[in-house]
Design a protein around this ligand. Sequence first.
Ligand code: SAM
Length: 263
Amino acid sequence: MEDRAREIESIIKRWDEHAERYDEWYKTFHGAVEHYVDWELLKGHLPQDKDVKILDAAGGTGRITLHLAKMGYSVTLCDISPGMLNVARRKLLKARVLDKVKICECDVRELRFADESFDFVLCWDGMAEAAKELIRVTKKGGTVSIFLVNRYGVAIRKFSEDAISALALLRSKLSHVSDEGEKYKAFNVEEATEFFKKEGVKVIEIYAVCGMLDLLSIPKEIQESRSWDTKFFDQVTEMLLRLSKEPSVKGLSKHLVLYGKRI
Ligand SMILES: C[S@@+](CC[C@H](N)C(=O)[O-])C[C@H]1O[C@@H](n2cnc3c(N)ncnc32)[C@H](O)[C@@H]1O
């Protein structure tokens, strides 16, 4: 318990310190591409009915909540970092959609919502450990969208600095990866499908997201640039959207995003 309290304290400190800078990366070519791909994939799974209740768990500065609220959905945005939530509140206020959003400071592993409170639950932070809680608050027949760490994709990127851990990940001898002091469970597509099936979720689709731009060998100056040619942007995003669905490349991304129905 004490360990968890210390862990939470360090997570809050890390994200509070990062809060004012978090959205800056999404203004670069690389960030804008990643955001576009995430959003396009999500759009295809959103309910038609705008009266549904959506939870954006670990939703940070409201990157996704803002779009959902602008579309007319009612959203509950929760996060453990007051700093990230402050940025979100400011953006929602500026966009005049704060009334569509309930903001809640809490740990995704201990959500303060009743069972089956939401029709659609998003958690885009690789937290498989929170899966039980996220599923508990999803209505039967509702949808979950969860980011997971891609075991193969991380092993490929880790190899040059730590070959032993990379191989342990590939051999399934290592089930978690560490990133800036936080530990995440890693999956391949089959493991993710199996894991969520046991938790009562039928997988609809798993896409490869994040880090796929590496595959296109786009120069660093373009990736970091804050202005770009829209035709090139469209070409890149079409490549990545098509690749995100292609089974033969799903092992290569940093994350997998799983969409599933609670049964
Ligand atoms: C990479 S950001 C993602 C934010 C948002 N989901 C997005 O896609 O832009 C990770 C977020 O997870 C939050 N977070 C980390 N651990 C958490 C926890 N246990 N409970 C709630 N939020 C958490 C952080 O505060 C941070 O805002």
